[in-house]
Design a binder for this molecule. Structure first.
Ligand code: XBP
Ligand code: MG
Length: 258
């Protein structure tokens, strides 16, 4: 079965949106409500093990002594903070505060030239994706993707496989025909739970992410890429990825037949 599609994560994978994008926007939201709370780079790294901004806020509020005691009030506050955070995030993305990571556009172009499909599978909201990609790829960015699955489509956040399962359905492909491009442990686990092989391009917050479940691992798409059983490539290029994918399927098939 040939490789027919790349399914891209957004935050951390297409761009380093977390530290200087979402985190700063959360801090803008705290300030806009006259709250003294601020998430440091380190604290945010801890909170990132919880996928989804609203869920991350709820966790932080539950761990604070100075947040509302009632769960209902905490949820209402988290919702308002998340609304404000997303508004601040859109402003930051419109300003072009965050660029795409090196190699992202190159690999997208290689996949497109080869006639492959591409999709997005992210836990963030559609407006956030639109703001980032409109600024970085242009107003017609959506034409690159056969399917765009966001928080609105998949409420069960990574590591749940829902967003990837929906992406496969929308692409009308089986897992063996696709590779997910991910940056984090939750993203890797989500794709693997949907039986999709993963190209792990570790982001700054997940620089030491364990890659034993990934088909390919690198610290950026233009950095050396390692895969089991083949020499390390200078970077993850489409023909090399197809070769690695083909070998993986062959290995799997021979393991099943023995
Ligand atoms: C990214 C996230 C996102 C953002 C915030 O995970 O967890 O929730 O941090 O986005 P992934 P929202 O890259 O695995 O999709 O505030 O819109 O939820
Ligand atoms: Mg990510």
């Amino acid at each position: 079965m040939a490789l027919r599609a790349l399914i891209w994560d957004v935050d951390g994978t297409l761009a380093e949106t977390e530290r200087d994008g979402h985190r700063e926007a959360f801090n803008d939201a705290f300030a806009s409500m006259a709250l003294q709370w601020r998430w440091s780079v380190e604290r945010y790294g801890v909170l990132l093990s919880t996928s989804g901004g609203l869920e991350r806020l709820q966790r932080d509020l539950a761990e604070r002594d100075d947040a509302p005691r009632s769960a209902v009030e905490r949820l209402a506050l988290a919702r308002e903070l998340h609304r404000r955070k997303n508004a601040a995030y859109l402003r930051r993305m419109a300003d072009g505060a965050i660029a795409l990571r090196p190699g992202v556009q190159r690999l997208m172009q290689e996949a497109r030239d080869a006639g492959a499909l591409q999709a997005i599978a992210t836990t963030t909201g559609r407006a956030n994706v639109d703001a980032l990609l409109t600024r970085q790829l242009g107003a017609d960015w959506i034409d690159t993707f056969a399917a765009v699955l966001c928080a609105e489509d998949a409420p069960l956040k990574k590591p749940h496989p829902q967003v990837y399962t929906l992406a496969l359905r929308r692409l009308s492909l089986c897992p063996e025909e696709t590779i997910a491009v991910e940056d984090s442990p939750n993203g890797l686990a989500s794709a693997r739970a949907a039986r999709i092989e993963v190209l792990l391009t570790r982001s700054e917050y997940f620089a030491s992410c364990d890659a034993s479940d990934a088909l390919v691992a690198c610290n950026g798409l233009d950095a050396p890429a390692a895969a089991r059983g083949v020499p390390t490539a200078t970077r993850a290029q489409w023909p090399w990825l197809c070769d690695v994918h083909r070998r993986a399927l062959r290995t799997r098939a021979s393991a099943v037949s023995h």
